[in-house]
Design a protein around this ligand. Structure first.
Ligand code: PGA
Length: 253
């Protein structure tokens, strides 16, 4: 089964609009016409419009880092899925470990947000992954299974056929400590097996699973060589043109 690779740059709470525009324009210039892979830029809300303009007419898509579960309402400070569509987004990250850790995001709230994103026509990038303690206590698969069961509860295969999953071990995010290709593949294969037993096999084979956590130019090729790694969700290394371009232009080894 060949799945189209998807490389996404999560800029987190970095980049004012000036540098955001420059970075997006540089990326658009060097990698805006790749047709055999998907590339997504995920800037902070305030830079969505400049990035949208900079990538117009290229094959790069726009994504957001969070969304509220309601389409509108008295929720001061929040942004809804129809608003993200209105701002030009095609993707939205849901359940990033920083949101789970600092903003009380739960599998249940992720489920509601995924529902809202799908209703608006956005593609959710649903993030899952274990902490270091959970890994050391041998709970990795249990944690992943719960995140999948609760986060994807009540969706049919059809509803989530375009969803993207991102396996991001929390201990690898921003730490410089990447999962080895074997560690990544082991969990990705577990996720795919779970999808096979809970959705139909064709959907499970087609869904893309990104790896995230200290992805860099020097480890992208070996990660992408893993059979169940279909892309990367990149934080720090997506903030520099050269490193993100190299990641996007990975070579399968
Ligand atoms: P990192 O972040 O690449 O800086 O480790 C990944 C992420 O948080 O998505």
């Amino acid at each position: 089964m060949s799945r189209r690779p998807i490389l996404a740059g999560n800029w987190k709470m970095f980049m004012l609009s000036g540098p955001a525009k420059e970075l997006a324009a540089a990326l658009a210039k060097s990698a805006g016409n790749l047709i055999d892979r998907d590339m997504v830029l995920i800037p902070p809300f305030t830079a969505l419009s400049v990035v949208k303009a900079a990538i117009a007419g290229t094959n790069i898509s726009l994504g957001a880092q969070n969304v509220h579960a309601e389409p509108q309402g008295a929720f001061t400070g929040e942004v809804s899925a129809p608003m993200l569509v209105d701002a030009g987004c095609r993707y939205v990250v849901i359940g990033h470990s920083e949101r789970r850790q600092f903003f009380e995001e739960t599998n249940g709230s992720c489920n509601a947000k995924i529902k809202a994103a799908l209703a608006a026509g956005l593609i959710p990038i649903y993030c899952i992954g274990e902490t270091l303690d959970q890994r050391e206590y041998g709970q990795t698969f249990k944690v992943i299974e719960t995140q999948l069961t609760e986060g994807l509860a009540n969706f049919t295969s059809r509803e989530i056929q375009d969803l993207v999953l991102a396996y991001e071990p929390v201990w690898a995010i921003g730490t410089g400590r990447t999962a080895t290709p074997d560690q990544a593949q082991e969990v990705h294969a577990f996720i795919r097996a779970w999808l096979k037993s809970h959705l139909d096999v064709a959907t499970a084979e087609a869904l893309r699973i990104q790896y995230g956590g200290s992805v860099k130019p020097d480890n992208i090729d070996v990660l992408m060589a893993c059979p169940d790694v279909d892309g990367a969700l990149v934080g720090g290394a997506s903030l520099k043109v050269e490193s993100f371009i190299r990641i996007v232009q990975f070579q399968k080894r």
